[in-house]
Design a protein around this ligand. Structure first.
Ligand code: TYD
Ligand code: MG
Length: 454
């Protein structure tokens, strides 16, 4: 095989150098040089690579024939939903998440469920015995699932050619390497080259490919965002490892919307699909405890009722502590300042702890009002009626601000048997007549407090 020619490129400005440099002489950035291939050695040509070098030509848009996308319906409904209603043949899906979150488990479970498809599960991380043991724990073994422990891309292709599977899973892209590049597996140039080849494989053989990728400490997939541009869809598996719930989010999807959300529960025997998230996220404790409020939030397009818990106590030492789990600490500090300045509550010398039940992280601003209510409930030690939920953003002057898709939230609260929901007065288009649940509209925090505590 001819030697591959590589060079080092600055990822910031594109400066080229024959060897690695710590600092780019052109843009003065540090640590930006990455090895890249300039000319490839003669590759062994695999069948898929040999086939067709189609040339495209410009076509008037109205003359293009519409071919409906044939989607493969997955047995896993949550996965199906997040993929936009099924898996598209020839699509390359990047499946990311922190180590230990359950990526391999979900993919293996999917491989065991799809009994009518031939699946090739390639693992560079675990031995066949380990995988089989885990698969046995998850459920019935799927006879049409083939395991391959291999990290060399070209040889993976060779096996894929012989087997011609209906679906390929690669666990994980960071362990795979191509013989065209000298740098070690997991380096940017390896990851990029392997992904590019897998993309070509997926397109030319019409085989859907799932690519597992680890998220680095900085929170990005496989270092820089190189992969996200190349693949068709990016799914992300999130959750707190110490809790059982996992969220499957779509970050990019060329074949559907990215608003969908899948929810799973990690059990001893694999991941269970959660169809009704609200019911489990709200504790069934019917005792009236202070410091707890229910928020009607929306994750993507999915309404979810979430319990917010707060504890306010007198600071034992000089500086009061503020801590938040599942909620942005800066936002908590802002809400505390609003309560202090606009509503006259003396919280400056108090410790405030906030927790979102179930280990879920919430970005939806509609949770603000429930956070405020939970804090004030704990501060005054008065419980909030368990049949009331809240859904509104809180502004800097203490005003209760409107949120999007409020009708969906109200319906969800009604479905779960709540008696009352508090929303912003500015939310137009909500008619009390359409709902059985009492809809209370407020424009200031003080009004909300009167409604909650009398
Ligand atoms: P894993 O799928 O290996 O994570 P990843 O591939 O994202 O690194 O899952 C790791 C954790 O999941 C492991 O710590 C144990 C837990 N787990 C369960 O709780 N139940 C199960 O049935 C399985 C297979 C794993
Ligand atoms: Mg794994």
């Amino acid at each position: 095989m001819a030697k591959v020619k590589t060079a080092y490129f600055c990822q910031n400005c594109g400066h080229e150098a024959p060897k690695w440099l710590g600092r780019c002489p052109s843009c003065n950035e540090w640590n930006t040089f990455v090895e890249e291939v300039i000319s490839k050695g003669k590759k062994e040509v695999t069948a898929f690579a040999k086939s067709s070098k189609k040339t495209a030509k410009p076509t008037a848009i109205h003359t293009i024939e519409e071919i409906p996308v044939q989607r493969i319906q997955m047995k896993d409904k949550e996965l199906n939903r997040v993929l936009g209603g099924g898996l598209v043949p020839g699509s390359l899906t990047l499946f990311g998440g922190e180590p230990g979150i359950g990526k391999s488990t979900l993919m293996l479970q999917m491989a065991m469920q799809e009994t009518d498809q031939e699946i090739l599960y390639v693992s560079g991380e675990e031995s066949m015995q380990q995988i089989k043991m885990r698969a046995g724990r998850i459920g019935e073994l799927n006879e049409s699932c083939y395991l391959l422990t291999e990290t060399q891309l070209e040889s993976i292709f060779k096996h894929a050619e012989q087997l011609s599977p209906d679906l390929v899973v690669i666990d994980s892209i960071q362990t795979i390497h191509s013989e065209n590049i000298e740098s070690s597996p997991g380096s940017i140039s390896q990851i990029r080259e392997c992904t590019a080849q897998l993309l070509r494989f997926a397109k030319q053989t019409e085989t859907p490919v799932f690519l597992i990728g680890h998220i680095t400490k900085e929170g990005s997939l496989a270092g820089p965002k190189v992969l996200e541009h190349m693949v068709d869809s990016v799914l992300q598996f999130e959750g707190d490892r110490n809790h059982v719930y996992r969220l499957l989010r779509s970050i990019k999807n060329r074949f559907g919307s990215t608003n969908e959300l899948g929810i799973y529960e990690m059990l001893g025997d694999g991941l269970r699909q959660v169809e009704n998230p609200s019911e489990i996220l709200i504790s069934n404790n019917k005792d009236q405890l202070s410091g707890s409020a229910i928020a009607a939030t929306l994750e993507g397009l999915r309404p979810m009722l979430i319990e917010v818990q707060a504890l306010v106590s007198t600071a034992a030492y000089g500086t009061p502590q503020r801590s938040a789990t599942g909620f942005d600490l800066r936002r908590l500090n802002m809400l505390l300042a609003v309560m202090e300045k606009r509503c006259g509550f003396k919280l400056g010398a108090k410790d405030v702890f906030l927790n979102i039940a179930g280990g879920i992280k919430v970005d939806d601003p509609a949770i603000d009002l429930a956070v405020v209510a939970a804090i004030l409930s704990s501060n005054a030690d008065i419980a909030i009626n368990k049949n009331i939920c809240l859904s509104a953003e809180v502004g800097l002057s203490g005003e209760v601000r409107p949120i999007n898709r409020v009708d969906q939230r109200v319906s969800e609260a009604e479905k779960l048997g709540f008696d009352k929901i508090i929303i912003s007065k500015e939310n137009k288009g909500i008619k009390q007549a359409d709902f059985k649940i009492e809809v209370v509209e407020c424009s200031r925090i003080e009004e909300v407090l009167r409604e909650l505590f009398g």
